[in-house]
Design a protein around this ligand. Sequence first.
Ligand code: GLP
Length: 241
Amino acid sequence: LVEIVILPTAAEVGRAAAAKIAHRIARHPETVLGLATGSSPLAIYAELAARREAGLDVGRVSGFALDEYVGLPTSHPQSYASVIRTTVTEPLGLDPARVHVPDGLADDIEAACAAYEAAIADAGGVDVQILGIGANGHIGFNEPTSSFQSRTRIKTLAPRTRQDNARFFDSLDEVPTHCVTQGLGTILEARELLLVAQGEAKADAVAAAVEGPFASVVPASVLQWHRSATVILDEAAASKL
Ligand code: GLP
């Protein structure tokens, strides 16, 4: 069941999503968050940081990132290890030992992916999975045609995704060609899914995800299969609904 919330501005999307998460943390201090990177969730993290300043106790919150590039040193500013540290762990004051990012540098990537799945299970599973959506309908780095049952694994990035993300690098050549991402099957196991999207550029992907057929060419359509999925949009992102 997908609940859709449409708000006038991008700022309100971030605030509404953060309010939902903060409410859960207040009731369940050991909440396990699924963390997305990209620009979409940044307002959520900023609002959660403000709420922590205002007294929200996040000392026992833990987090699992959705994905990571393969081959980028964790010290590279665009590695998701760095991005999660600077946009989530540090501003929210989370315990770094409780924040996990897939390992894109392991010699044995397959074993590292299995260990990541095991760590999520050991933590009791993800309570609230925060999601953005790619312009091609991807979630995490699950590109079109990803299996709905997929688990954490190595993937080749779609050319469009590399182009979309080239703005974060000096040139397209520097964008990694591969990534490690939680699978759609992994994401589906979170107790709650919370997808946010802002802006016209996401309108087609959002419409395909929530109103189109349930189809692996639109990985985000997997939300339609979940018991408790919420999609919070600004008016531009909702304009094709
Ligand atoms: C990135 C990330 C996704 C993110 C998406 C959209 O490549 N791997 O997790 O949701 O693309 O990014 P943005 O929010 O910047 O539009």
